[in-house]
Design a protein around this ligand. Structure first.
Ligand code: ADP
Length: 404
């Protein structure tokens, strides 16, 4: 069985073709700057293997249809491809950012599902149109291949109302569905399941805090296999400090900035999403650059690192409290998997509440590998668990197709 996973943004398409028997990636790549005067295509076949080959192209890509046509061409052409014909693709899994309250599980795409995704556009105006373009293009270009929508919000739909409702007038929820949704759900679900496997426990009996620290950062509290709280909110701006996003701030900030700096709501939103977080505090949004600056004695970079880690500590503590007992804390994604300093700073004060990080194990942990980094006596385990959103989307796609 071969599954094509598509992650379509407003001007880009990321793709992976997976062989589900071997659980291996046959091809992967990225089509970027769709709709601009010059686009870019990066394609790999057999990535991560001894047969890996990389192909790069600069060319105009007018729209998503042209982009996906290019992808299909690359994976089937003898010089760059891995399959002889598109008929070898058994299904397409689409990452869709917002499923609102309508979608709590991966769903086989039909006309009603497309309408359902469209209906969520007000909640994700920057993200859902790209995902829809990916679905509509795939339906046109690969007729007969089934499509499955996998939602970033779905795993969090099990949160109880006391976790997802905001303390604002009730009609704002009933009329506009303003509430906490949470994102990165596919990653949190995958990592929580890996945690259960590692612990040798059934998923339904596993409780953990999953800490996804990448470009975007979020955390989830998982109780007996179900998400009961998460740090992102109505939008992916809430919660942890991120590369360019502020995470939690005083909600009165908009009024204060409008009154005192004459900024519009749009300008303030852009500041909080694009010019805040690590970048806002010290000018760098990549954690590797921040460590370089810290080593040079840059105080802004040092403070940005401390603020980032303190927020992680606060959320872990909060979630351990609402879980009322947890098996493990799981670090994942670019920073979580690769940055021992962030993990050390974030966990240093957690020994008092039962999660004791082993400094030695943490510092010497191999990059990108499943590793236990708590002390042998720590009541709560601390793990590095690499995420794999594409594999999870492909697995969920396969499951939906098997149960048709
Ligand atoms: P995305 O959210 O786009 O999937 P990733 O999970 O790949 O992002 O994370 C990207 C981030 O991971 C980078 O911005 C960088 O800050 C961080 N990162 C990657 N490698 C390292 C490393 N070796 N040490 C520290 N941080 C890293």
């Amino acid at each position: 069985m071969k599954i094509l996973v598509l992650n379509s943004g407003s001007s880009s398409v990321k793709y992976q073709l997976l062989d589900m028997e071997a659980k291996s990636v046959l091809a992967s790549g990225l089509v970027e700057r769709i709709g601009e005067s010059m686009g870019a295509v990066k394609h790999k076949r057999f990535p991560g293997s001894s047969r890996e080959e990389t192909f790069s192209y600069e060319e105009p890509i007018a729209d998503h249809a042209k982009g996906l046509t290019r992808v299909v061409g690359l994976i089937t052409a003898p010089e760059t491809g891995v399959i002889a014909d598109v008929s070898e693709i058994d299904g397409i899994g689409h990452r869709i950012v917002h499923g609102g309250e309508s979608f709590s599980a991966p769903t086989l795409v039909d006309a009603a599902v497309i309408e359902g995704i469209k209906a969520q556009i007000p909640l994700a105006p920057l993200h859902n149109p790209g995902g829809l373009a990916g679905i509509e293009t795939a339906l046109r270009l690969l007729p007969g291949v089934p499509n499955v929508a996998v939602f970033d919000t779905a795993f969090h739909q099990t949160m109880p109302p006391e976790a997802y409702r905001y303390a604002i007038p009730k009609e704002l929820y009933t009329e506009l569905k303003i509430r906490r949704y949470g994102f990165h759900g596919t990653s949190h679900f995958y990592v929580a399941k890996q945690c259960a496997k590692l612990l040798g426990k059934p998923f339904e009996q596993t409780s953990c805090v999953t800490v996804h620290l990448g470009n975007g950062c979020s955390m989830a509290a998982v109780k007996n296999g179900k998400c009961i709280d998460t740090s992102m909110g109505l939008t992916p701006l809430a919660g942890l400090v991120m590369g360019t996003r502020s995470g939690d701030v005083d909600p009165a900030l908009h009024a204060f900035l409008a009154d005192n700096k004459g900024l519009t709501i749009r300008e303030i939103d852009s500041i909080l999403n694009k010019r805040s977080g690590l970048k806002g505090m010290c000018g760098h949004n990549d954690m590797r650059d921040i460590h370089d600056r810290v080593a040079e004695g840059d105080h802004d970079a040092e403070l940005a690192l401390k603020v980032f880690c303190r927020r992680v500590t606060q959320y872990i503590g909060q979630y351990m409290a609402v879980l009322g007992g947890t098996d493990a804390i799981c670090f994942t994604a670019g920073i979580g998997e690769n940055d021992p300093v962030v993990r050390q700073l974030s966990c240093a004060s957690l020994a008092a509440i039962g999660a004791i990080i082993d400094a030695e194990r943490n510092m010497s942990a191999p990059r990108g590998q499943v590793t236990e980094i708590s002390t042998p006596k720590s009541p709560v385990k601390i793990f590095i668990l690499p995420t794999n959103e594409e594999l999870e989307i492909a697995s969920q796609t396969l499951e939906v197709l098997a149960n048709r």
